[in-house]
Ligand binder design. Structure first.
Ligand code: R5P
Length: 318
């Protein structure tokens, strides 16, 4: 039988304190106090100000940009919790950095998503909670429990609320096809799938669309937007295939690096929908941006983990 812990305590690192506060608010618990500082040479210093001995600790820290800084801070926090005799440590990582390096595409490349799983476990994480991993198989990189949440239902509900009808759900590549199909099924809309490839490092093209988008409004479903290059390649491909210049974009994670805001600020892009798995301050210049709040989802999942209840009931799937 799984161990149970009387008391839950929630902390947030510096990666996304607003999300930490929101999750704590939803759980109706105060956010725990932790001192996070930097030495002059840049090393991170952590000290938990609340006692954690024997407690069920949830540590909220998405590992978005600056990825290495946020990841190291998370590792050091986990180490401090372990040494302070926390009962159980759940690393809540709404966005899991390095997920795109989950296999070797070329000889002599690393598999960094696996390395990150190993160091989280070595640091002392008892379990992790993530959302919409770039590749679901990353769950298997861990030998500790992984709760894999999804924002798909939130995205589908939002599209339904907007009253969007008669559109095509588009997966920009075969990797996203399964997730996009679930969204299309929930929304009762047809699916089109593109073929995406990288002609060179950091360059993206989407070609060979399977499905009909001519004269249709499209909803592109993706796991993440970083530079916006993949999305723009998908938008160009849809327009070439006769789609309406009324393209909606939904991604679980909005990183908005490089010139993403500029790239996405196109008149054909009616809406860019992301979640607050990462802070969205940097994308405030994007007029079409809509941000969905995942804090109720994470709060409910955290509560269920704490109470040893199933979290699969949180998700509809077809
Ligand atoms: C790649 O396969 C991912 O699903 C995303 O499409 C991609 O990583 C997004 O990055 P960017 O916005 O820089 O194209």
């Amino acid at each position: 039988m799984a161990a149970s812990y009387d008391e839950m305590i929630v902390f947030a690192g510096t990666a996304h304190p607003d999300l930490g506060r929101r999750i704590a608010y939803e759980l109706d618990v105060p956010l725990g106090h932790v001192e996070i500082d930097r030495f002059h040479d840049g090393e991170v210093y952590i000290r938990f100000e609340d006692t954690v001995r024997g407690k069920d600790v949830f540590l909220i820290q998405p590992t978005g940009p600056p990825v290495d800084v946020n990841l190291m801070e998370l590792l050091v926090m986990i180490d401090a919790l372990k040494r302070a005799s926390a009962g159980r440590i759940t690393a809540v990582i709404p966005y899991y950095g390095y997920a795109r390096q989950e296999k070797k595409d070329q000889p002599r490349e690393p598999i960094t998503a696996k390395l990150v799983a190993d160091i989280l476990t070595t640091a002392g994480a008892s379990r992790v909670m993530v959302m919409d991993l770039h590749a679901p198989a990353i769950q298997g990189f861990f030998n500790i429990p992984v709760d894999h949440l999804t924002a798909q239902n939130l995205i589908s509900s939002r599209v339904q609320q907007k009253g969007l009808t008669d559109f095509v759900v588009v997966s920009p590549d075969e990797g996203m096809a399964k997730k996009a199909r679930r969204v299309a099924n929930v929304l009762g809309m047809p699916l089109a799938v593109g073929y995406k490839f990288h002609p060179e490092h950091k360059a993206t093209r989407v070609t060979h669309l399977a499905g009909d988008v001519k004269g249709k409004t499209c909803l592109i479903v993706e796991d993440m937007i970083s530079t916006g290059g993949s999305m723009m390649a998908a938008v160009d491909m849809l327009l070439e295939h006769g789609a309406n210049p009324d393209i909606h974009i939904a991604a679980s994670h909005g990183l908005f690096t490089d010139k993403a805001v500029e790239r996405l600020s196109r008149p054909e892009v009616a809406e860019v929908l992301v979640t607050n798995s990462l802070p969205q301050d940097g994308a405030s210049g994007l007029a079409s941006l809509q941000v969905l709040d995942v804090s109720p989802l994470f709060a409910e999942a955290i509560l269920r983990v704490h109470k040893n209840e199933s979290i699969s009931g949180l998700f509809r799937s077809r």
